[in-house]
Design a protein around this ligand. Structure first.
Ligand code: PAF
Length: 283
């Protein structure tokens, strides 16, 4: 496994691989590698010739009062896990090379980036889209792999790739969950024992709302009410930022179910913000 820190070297390495007719699979991460990331790596290994994983805690996607400084970092642990999974290249750039003095370009997306999480994290998706665009240009993947847990992120990156004619395929992989259903996330590490136990309500509430929907008993309003009631019943949920039924393409709140529906939520348990979602097909 090769570790690359210099953007120019990554670009040259990718160019060489492309000239040799090899396809590149790319898994962008902020490190704190868990089974969710490893599932993306496994998929990439099955579908492409060379797998590149980036580890970069991207400062421009964190708000002023967010957790950039305390975001979990475990570079040695990450390198071990990725080596074991058979990753070919880890790209670990430094912030000063990603955003050198004078850096002044951003990918701004109206609408999609302002809804759901965007309403609570202004500027977050501009930071995500900008760094992902840069990483795509550096790594030159044929396929890039993202988890469904960050559903809004996948919608925004797909929009960006289409709008800017990026020649790559986006692969969205299923959310990997703990035994009690909690979606794997690097931020789960912030939860204390009681909070971790309480966090199981997140997926449980999504599952029961989706069962109601599938059974035909609920419209979007009822699904929203059900989700909010289930979440409020857990005393350690400190805040419900949003919870309801949304259009998976536009991320707008639904007034009537469609064939494909997104149940999504963002809550705070203590000071830890967690998100999750399920896609529900209506027959
Ligand atoms: O999902 C993440 O970990 C980040 O948002 C990403 C895509 C690596 C961009 O920094």
């Amino acid at each position: 496994m090769e570790s690359i820190r210099t953007l120019r070297i990554m670009q040259e390495t990718s160019k060489r691989s492309l000239h040799q007719g090899k396809s590149i699979g790319f898994v962008p991460t902020m490190g704190a590698i868990h089974r969710g990331h490893l599932s993306l790596v496994k998929r990439a290994k099955g579908e492409t010739d060379i797998v590149v994983v980036s580890i970069f805690v991207n400062p421009i996607q964190f708000g002023k009062n967010e957790d950039f400084d305390k975001y979990p970092r475990d570079l040695d642990g990450d390198i071990g896990k990725l080596r074991e999974e058979g990753v070919d290249i880890i790209l670990m750039p430094e912030a000063k090379t990603m955003y050198p003095q004078g850096f002044s370009t951003s990918i701004l997306m109206g609408g999609l980036s302002e809804r759901l999480c965007g309403a609570y994290r202004p500027g977050h998706f501009t930071g995500v889209a900008t760094v992902v665009c840069k990483l795509f240009n550096i790594v030159k993947p044929a396929r890039a792999y993202f988890g469904q847990k960050d559903f809004q992120q996948t919608v925004i990156i797909r929009r960006m790739a289409e709008d800017l004619n990026m020649d790559l395929e986006l692969v969205v992989c299923p959310t990997i969950r703990e035994g009690d259903g909690l979606a794997m996330s690097s931020r789960n590490a912030y939860l204390d024992t009681a909070e971790r136990k309480a966090a199981a309500v997140i997926y449980k509430s999504l599952l029961s709302a989706s069962e109601m929907m599938k059974g035909g008993a609920a419209g979007p309003e009822e699904a929203k009410r059900h989700l909010n009631e289930a979440l409020k019943a857990e005393p350690l949920i400190a805040e419900i930022q949003y919870a309801g039924a949304y259009d998976p393409q536009t991320l707008e709140e639904l007034s009537a179910f469609k064939k494909q529906n997104l149940l999504a939520l963002a809550v705070k348990i203590g000071s830890t913000r967690l998100i999750d979602n399920v896609l529900v097909e209506k027959k």
